[in-house]
Design a binder for this molecule. Structure first.
Ligand code: ASP
Length: 326
């Protein structure tokens, strides 16, 4: 991605600067196409600044509470890095078992507590809708970092930023989502977000018990986006521009026997990828388990490690936006 002054993104509209100040980020439904251009433009600037100066004082004196009720490596540490690179600081609550949550404190009360000390709260929680509940209790901005099987909006924003950086456009794409489309919250957000672009085709490849929820498909259908479901990747891989691979979400299965049946359903490796286009990209929100072979990592189409880095810049942009400094 070019990081000189020649930004590939539109110049920022004046009104956009103020529009996100103090806002919660709960769902991708909040973002118009114009908002996305704005986020990507700010993220691009952030990348340039990190490469030039590393850390700078845009959010000096601001505090982020990073409240994680579920495990996280990338989301938690990239929000921490984002805040610190912007000169702010972080209250990390990664192990809620060491907080008053283990004494039975409710989510709204925990949120009310943290907002006394922080300017923005990033929340990951196992229950769908929890970010909205937190936002209702809070006066400060809440950023949804994954609410159960609901949404993971900041991941979808970084996924689309990655597509833009890797392929240079977000229109005219065939995107194939593979794996656990039922419990994978990242694909729920990504399908919704991609439906805002032109001439998008979405393929969903999954075992029967892990199909994309009807609710998401219905929303996407309202935007007149063609969607098709498959059990096997074979037919759609050759036409795919973005292959979005997901992990089977073991922790969300009610019956462990069901997980055993589907856990190794798909494996992407150099041989499988022989029929794919030369100009395409493979994304994965990570962590991966067995669904992408490490033998594929050196392939130029393997974009999942670059995708993690883009997450830092997108999260820097979002923090600056909701704190009124973008
Ligand atoms: N890290 C992503 C998430 O939190 C994907 C995953 O866990 O499989 O949803």
């Amino acid at each position: 991605m070019p990081t000189d002054s020649q930004s590939p993104y539109l110049p920022f509209g004046e009104n956009k600067h103020a529009a996100w100040y103090g806002k919660d980020i709960l769902s991708v439904k909040q973002f118009s196409r114009e908002d996305l251009e704005y986020v990507f433009g700010v993220a691009h600037e952030m990348r340039g600044m990190v490469e030039r100066v590393g850390t700078f004082d845009l959010l000096k004196g601001k505090i982020l509470a990073n409240l994680f009720y579920e495990p996280s490596t990338r989301t938690s540490s990239s929000f921490t890095a984002a805040m610190e690179r912007l000169g702010g600081s972080v209250i990390p609550i990664n192990e809620v078992k060491y907080s008053s949550v283990s004494k039975g404190e409710s989510l709204p009360d925990t949120i009310r507590t943290l907002e006394c000390y922080a300017d923005v709260i990033v929340l990951r929680h196992p229950e769908t809708g929890s970010a909205a509940i937190a936002a209702k209790a809070a006066r400060k901005p809440i950023i949804n970092a994954g609410d159960g099987i609901g949404e993971h909006p900041t991941q979808a924003l970084l996924d689309t930023f990655t597509i833009m950086e890797e392929l240079g456009h977000l229109d005219n794409l065939t995107v194939t989502m593979l794996g656990d489309l039922k419990y994978g919250r990242t694909v729920h957000s990504l399908a919704r977000l991609l439906s805002k672009f032109n001439n998008i085709k979405l393929n969903y490849v999954s075992p029967d018990i892990l199909r994309m929820p009807k609710e998401v498909m219905d929303e996407v259908a309202q935007k007149n986006i063609p969607q098709a479901e498959y059990a096997s990747l074979e037919k759609v891989l050759p036409e795919t521009d973005i292959l979005y691979v997901t992990r089977v979400q073991k922790e969300r299965f009610e019956d462990p026997a069901d997980y055993e049946k589907v856990k190794g359903a798909y494996v992407i490796d150099p041989q499988v990828m022989q029929v794919a286009k030369k100009e395409m990209a493979v994304l994965h929100p990570l962590p991966r388990v067995t669904e992408i072979s490490v033998d594929f990592d050196e392939d130029p189409r393997a974009a999942y490690f670059r995708q993690m880095e883009y997450g830092l810049y997108v999260r820097m942009a979002l923090l600056a936006m909701v704190l009124g400094k973008a």
